[in-house]
Design a protein around this ligand. Structure first.
Ligand code: NAI
Length: 396
């Protein structure tokens, strides 16, 4: 079929397999261009099909020839209906891994469930014995708790008072004021249950019990802090409470891995265009001003550049892993640089619908958004009849 982007609100309901393949190939080429990394060789990535998780899987496989198991929750294709982007990314990843002679298998299912954890552990036992690195990179709006069966929904809201600020509809480029009502009821608790650290710990507990964690195993989850412009809706909002919980869980996990010399880290990453971040009001405007500023300073990074740097310069540099006063790895260092934040804040005060194309990188934002779904990528012939039914090698 001929596949075109189809938008519904802030999401794109179609994805392009050839675009996804090209996207994955470009990320692989980037990692290879940066040279070998002396990192773990048996890696589990939970949330491996898009964004930071996919970049982690690619960096492990093509930066240090690791065997990888990837867990994700993606929609397979149906005749005449495309799969979700993460499905096609994973098709492409496994194809490239196979060509390179690397072990790669995937599990498509709900990572919050006991069943998917058990299935993953069985695969590790059978194929790898144990793993030495576990990346936890889930981003989800819902979680059905495996013990209670209750489905919890996260919300992206400020706490305490209404927050009013500018935002942009990145499709039309219209800058307007938006007000977000504060959270209420169980919103904070639910958001912490979905995006906090409980499930991360459940994975590690179960894996330890089943003896699939190697001596000295390392696990990493991703967090975000961001600027004072977005803190009411992000770090001081409901999602921030979940990130506080995730960061505190790292210490609990490290304690629980003491006897095998294991360690849990949280890495604070930079703001990037993903499906999740596009849905948060205010954030797209911040990102478009941030991209403009960081690009003009030559320090812009996407997911793959962030994770490659995280592995090479922070986690596996052979030196002590540098952390901040709260024990977190900071790969958001360039976003948070004083000169960067100062410039973004100045632009923020001036930006209007009329001057956004000059002051911000709206085009870059839009392009990256389409690229998440495999569109707007060079070297792809979008007029060509494309097979939407491609399958993930290890799931066939
Ligand atoms: P993403 O939406 O690109 O990726 C999410 C992954 O989780 C996908 O592989 C998806 O299939 C998987 N997933 C979702 N629900 C699942 C479930 N129930 N079972 C199995 N897999 C499931 O998200 P992104 O942006 O890469 O986020 C990953 C982490 O990085 C999150 O913790 C996020 O908060 C954090 N982060 C994101 C930043 C951003 O600007 N996008 C900045 C800093 C941190």
């Amino acid at each position: 079929m001929i596949i075109e982007p189809r938008m519904r609100g802030f999401i794109c309901t179609t994805a392009h397999p050839d675009g996804a393949a090209e996207n994955v190939k470009q990320q692989i080429e980037y990692v290879k261009s940066k040279g070998k990394i002396d990192a773990p060789k048996r890696v589990l990535v939970i949330g491996a099909s898009t964004g930071f998780g996919l970049a982690s899987r690619i960096t492990s496989a093509f930066g240090s020839e690791a065997s990888t198991i990837g867990v994700f929750f993606e929609k397979p294709p149906m005749e005449g209906k495309t799969a979700s982007a993460g499905w096609y990314n994973s098709v492409a990843f496994e194809n490239e891994a196979k060509k390179a002679g690397l072990y790669a298998k995937s599990i498509n299912g709900d990572a919050f469930s006991d069943e998917v954890k058990a299935q993953t552990i069985a695969m590790i036992k059978q194929d790898l014995g144990q793993v030495d690195l576990i990346i936890y990179s889930l981003a989800s709006p819902v979680r059905t708790h495996p013990k209670t069966g209750v489905t919890h929904r996260s919300v992206l809201k400020p706490i305490g008072e209404k927050f009013t600020n500018n935002t942009v509809d990145f499709h039309t480029g219209k800058v307007s004021e938006v007000s977000i009502e504060p959270c209420s009821g169980d919103d904070i608790e639910n958001t912490v249950i979905v995006m906090g650290g409980e499930d991360w710990k459940m994975w590690l507990d179960m894996m330890k019990k089943e003896n699939v964690l190697a001596e000295g195993a390392v696990t990493v989850a991703y967090s975000y802090i961001g600027s004072s412009l977005t803190e009411a809706v992000y770090r001081n909002g409901t999602i921030g409470k979940a990130k506080d919980h995730l960061e505190a869980t790292a210490f609990e996990i490290t304690d629980s891995l003491n006897d095998i010399g294991g360690k849990a880290y949280v890495s604070v990453n930079k703001a990037l265009v993903t499906q999740a971040s596009s849905a948060i009001p205010v954030i797209p405007l911040y990102i478009s001003l941030l991209y403009k500023t960081m690009k003009s300073k030559g320090i812009h990074e996407g997911c793959i550049e962030q994770i490659q740097r995280l592995f090479q310069d922070r986690l596996f540099s052979g030196k002590t892993v540098p952390v901040d006063e709260k024990g977190r790895i900071r790969i958001d260092d360039w976003e948070m640089r004083e000169d960067v934040q100062k410039e973004v804040a100045e632009l923020w005060n001036k930006v209007t619908t009329e001057n956004l194309p000059q002051l911000g990188d709206l085009e870059g934002y839009r392009k990256e958004f389409y690229q998440l779904f495999g569109f707007d990528i060079e070297n792809v012939d979008y007029s060509k009849d494309t097979n939407e039914m491609v399958q993930i090698e290890s799931i066939k």
